[in-house]
Design a binder for this molecule. Structure first.
Ligand SMILES: NC(=O)C1=CN([C@@H]2O[C@H](COP(=O)(O)OP(=O)(O)OC[C@H]3O[C@@H](n4cnc5c(N)ncnc54)[C@H](OP(=O)(O)O)[C@@H]3O)[C@@H](O)[C@H]2O)C=CC1
Ligand SMILES: N[C@@H](CCC(=O)N[C@@H](CSC=O)C(=O)NCC(=O)O)C(=O)O
Ligand SMILES: [Zn+2]
Ligand SMILES: [Zn+2]
Length: 382
């Protein structure tokens, strides 16, 4: 048993004191886990665009000071009373979409959106309404129920899953969000049918993962649409059949017209992986009349709304969306890790940058530069 059990741990964390400012590396106090809570030593975390979105102040739920981060892997340090699903020493991935297996949502079989702790998670506190983090004498908020930008974090037991101990944590951390989201969106939410034509808007970590899912489901055309020309090479590397840069279309052709032309009437499935509401509209309108489905994955800023002519839906196009790809973390994460270990799911290929915790602001800058798919931050070896 670790000699830290039952005690407050002082460790390093990146704290977001206010919106729009760099993260600050602080000594923070992490209280022991209470009943049905788990304290995890985070070894590695990815940095996702959603972290940057909340830090920017554009997230309607964003509040400060907060410990961001939600793409993390680590080892369980200790557990609170009543925890049965993980134990100290387990290798785990944090789950920002929890799975309690007993709420109305979990029992419905229709969604992965567990409702058990969503209200407190959205307020940045643990299920009992309090925080486990303190720095400079102030309570810090938790983020997405995970807060992986801390060397130690506390999560609800339903927000963590044990995975294979031999799975490298500097890779499996990325299954905590981006890769799982895109892959699940294609294989679970859309459940792309064999031979169907797919268009993916935005070839970041999420969009490239949609390609992987479309290939798994034996899609026909896999067309990637991105304004960044360097993404063509990335899209082809992951198996896209076509790449279109919407800013380079000739004769005033719109991206919607181009995709309709390329697919004999429209795509069977489209995916927004940009968070841009104008793109979301184009993604819907590029769908085939009668059955085309458009899946919104991108997260849009506060105040943004989507619009289209209702006629688009009257004539059979379907607009839907998903969080975490529709994946049920506690039930399905181990399967994804197995696929990775068996060489059936690409993960290593997404890592373009690596940093250590003190350099985490550099990771945010890299993300904005456009040549970064994912930066993995080493939380242990500073
Ligand atoms: N629903 C969910 O559960 C999740 C949602 N997300 C969200 O998904 C989105 C994608 O994340 P991620 O892959 O990490 O993001 P990235 O920024 O890495 O990828 C987005 C890509 O879209 C490109 N792009 C920007 N504008 C357009 C446009 N108008 N048309 C076509 N392409 C465009 C970007 O180009 P450039 O490089 O030039 O900017 C970039 O290549 C984000 O909004 C993120 O917050 C992420 C994880 C989970
Ligand atoms: N807080 C925002 C919405 C942010 C959001 O949509 N988050 C996604 C995950 S994005 C991961 O990188 C999500 O899980 N949504 C479902 C949920 O229950 O939060 C807002 O208020 O608009
Ligand atoms: Zn994310
Ligand atoms: Zn539930």
């Amino acid at each position: 048993m670790a000699d830290t059990v039952g005690k407050t741990i002082t460790c390093k964390a990146a704290v977001a004191w206010e919106a729009g400012k760099d993260l600050s590396i602080e000594d923070i106090e992490v209280a022991p886990p209470q009943a049905h809570e788990v304290r995890i030593q985070i070894y590695y975390t990815g940095v996702c665009h959603t972290d940057a979105y909340t830090l920017s102040g554009k997230d309607p739920e964003g509040a400060f000071p907060i410990v961001l981060g939600h793409e993390g892997a680590g080892i369980v340090e200790s557990v609170g009373e009543g925890v049965t699903n993980v134990k100290p020493g387990d290798t785990v991935v944090a789950l920002y979409t929890p799975e309690c297996k007993e709420c109305k949502f979990c029992k419905s079989g229709k969604t992965n959106l567990c409702g058990k702790i969503r209200a407190t998670q959205g307020k940045g506190v643990m299920p009992d309404g309090t925080s486990r983090f303190k720095a400079r004498g102030k309570d810090l908020l938790h983020f997405m129920g995970t807060s992986t930008f801390s060397q130690y974090t506390v999560v609800a037991d339903i927000s963590v899953v044990a995975v294979q101990p031999d799975a490298p944590m500097d890779r499996t951390c990325l299954l905590g969000c981006g890769i799982t989201t895109g892959y699940g969106a294609a294989t679970i939410t859309a459940n792309v049918e064999e031979g169907s034509n797919v268009a993916i808007f935005g070839a970041g970590c999420v969009g490239l993962s949609v390609i992987q899912g479309a290939i798994k489901n034996k899609a026909g055309k896999i067309i990637v649409v991105d304004v960044n020309p360097t993404k063509e090479e990335w899209a082809k590397k992951f198996g896209a059949t076509d790449f279109v840069n919407p800013t380079k279309l000739e004769g005033g052709q719109t991206i919607v017209d181009k995709l309709i032309e390329m697919t004999d009437g429209g795509c069977d499935y489209t995916f927004d992986c940009t968070g841009n509401v104008t793109v979301m509209r184009a993604a819907l309108e590029a769908c085939h009349k009668g059955w085309g489905q458009s899946i919104i994955i991108g997260v849009a800023a506060a105040g943004q709304e989507i619009s289209t002519r209702p006629f688009q839906l009257v004539t059979g196009r379907v607009w839907k969306g998903c969080a975490f790809g529709g994946v049920k973390g506690r039930s399905q994460m181990k399967g994804l890790v197995s696929d990775y270990l068996d060489g059936k799911l690409k993960v290593d290929e997404f890592i373009t940058h690596r940093e250590t915790l003190p350099q985490i602001n550099t990771a945010f800058e890299q993300m904005k530069a456009g040549d970064c798919i994912r930066c993995v931050v080493d939380m242990k070896n500073l």
